[in-house]
Design a protein around this ligand. Structure first.
Ligand SMILES: C[S@@+](CC[C@H](N)C(=O)[O-])C[C@H]1O[C@@H](n2cnc3c(N)ncnc32)[C@H](O)[C@@H]1O
Length: 392
């Protein structure tokens, strides 16, 4: 493909991504994967170039752009080379006309910009939300040790005790060490959130929103496979990805529980008041993961944010019922908005007799309300709010 044809293809893909964001349809990654699958003439260099153009254009636009062409023209404002490719050549974008609309730049749609600023995310903190994310792995201590594991490439130790940072794009999933479960791909922020649980061998721990088990596997390793670790979620597909991962990781103390939305406690009734620790890695806006999913900021609206904050409050109350006296509840979101983080946790503490916030000794982050916040700018991790409460 010519460079101009790659730009035109990216414009068409951006049109599809914008329409899909508006209708809450398929995510950008899936739209790209499908296009690559059905257009085999695009070679690996074309695919890489198109992916980079599409994601750079998404990052360059704050609010949802009107069209893919307007989004590409926003990117072209910072890259003259792209502008020159609007030359009307075969398969390339049509020539520029006077006063063509250019999509607005910035960090996010205005309403979200204001919410970020209200949570002290502005300037370089806001800009860093759109950086490219690094690739972090966690050495699985059930099978290996960071100090002695010889990997195909050398990683840089991160602030998480078992973490290593690799060059973005490293094909970790092709390594024998990954297939043998010695390493897991996991952002450093996620690894640090697991440290906040303080999981110990022999404990009874519930990972209430376990999803595909990223944090569950980390907890199983901290427990050295001793004790009981219940991984629950309402999403059957995500939860079903967990056991094969656990097998690869050699994690043997995990059991899964599929929950009914709205009746979560039904499947967990026998565990009420029993858990040494309950981790609530709550569904959230995902602001802290925009580096990986920059188009997520075009999908969020105030109604969805309100739905998420209501769900988070409900999950906190459900989690609280499961904690035993003297046990702990750990609340985590990958959002940087206070209404999903510090304020949500404050409200929980205020309405929950017997629970009080406790200090955590984590290797990164800054105090935020009664918890700790990690940010891409300050910590070089995905953004997280992490807080812990103890039940008297
Ligand atoms: C942030 S993700 C969890 C990520 C996971 N802990 C990990 O580390 O890979 C939030 C999860 O909450 C789940 N969820 C949504 N509503 C829920 C509910 N009512 N009860 C339990 N889990 C729920 C979602 O399906 C999603 O998997």
């Amino acid at each position: 493909m010519t460079p101009a044809a790659r730009v035109q293809t990216s414009i068409e893909l951006l049109d599809a991504i914008i329409a899909s964001a508006r209708s809450k349809g398929a995510p950008a990654d899936r739209i790209l994967a499908e296009w690559f699958r059905s257009n085999r003439f695009a070679g690996s260099k074309d695919r890489r170039a198109i992916r980079e153009l599409v994601y750079a254009a998404i990052r360059a636009c704050g609010p949802v752009p009107e069209t893919g062409r307007a989004a590409m023209l926003r990117l072209a404002e910072t890259d003259e080379h792209i502008r020159d490719l609007f030359d009307g050549s075969n398969y390339g974008p049509a020539e520029l006309v006077n006063e063509e609309p250019v999509a607005a730049g910035g960090i996010a749609p205005d309403w979200l910009d204001r919410k970020l600023a209200g949570s002290d995310i502005s300037g370089p903190e806001a800009q860093a939300l759109l950086d490219r994310a690094p690739l972090d792995i966690r050495v699985n201590t059930l099978k290996a040790e960071r100090a002695t594991l010889a990997l195909p490439v050398e990683g840089t130790p991160t602030s998480a005790p078992n973490g290593l940072r690799l060059e973005a794009g490293t094909q970790v999933e092709q390594w024998p060490d990954w297939r043998e479960g010695k390493v897991e791909i996991q952002d450093t922020g996620s690894q640090i959130a697991c440290l906040a649980v303080g999981a110990q061998p022999g404990e009874n721990i519930i990972d209430l929103c376990a999803g595909g088990g990223g944090k569950t596997l980390s907890l199983a390793a901290a427990m050295d496979n001793l004790g009981r670790l219940v991984a629950s979620d309402t999403d059957r597909n995500r939860l079903s990805a967990l056991m094969p991962r656990a097998e690869r990781a050699g994690a043997t103390n995990i059991e899964t529980a599929l929950l009914n939305p709205g009746q979560e406690l039904d499947a967990l009734a026998s565990l009420e008041g029993q858990a040494d620790a309950v981790l609530i890695d709550a569904p959230c806006s995902g602001v802290g993961t925009w580096r990986r999913n920059p188009e997520a900021r075009w999908r969020l609206d105030e109604k969805e944010l309100a739905r998420l904050t209501d769900l988070q409050a409900r999950l906190l109350d459900i989690g609280a019922r499961l904690v035993k006296p003297g046990g702990r509840l750990i609340y985590v979101t990958c959002s940087l908005l206070d209404e999903e983080g510090a304020e949500q946790f404050d409200a929980f503490i205020s309405r929950s007799a017997g629970f009080s916030a406790t200090a955590m000794d984590l290797p990164a982050g800054l105090a935020r309300g009664q918890g700790i916040r990690l940010t891409p700018h300050h910590d070089g991790t995905d953004g997280f709010f992490i807080a812990r409460a103890e039940k008297s």
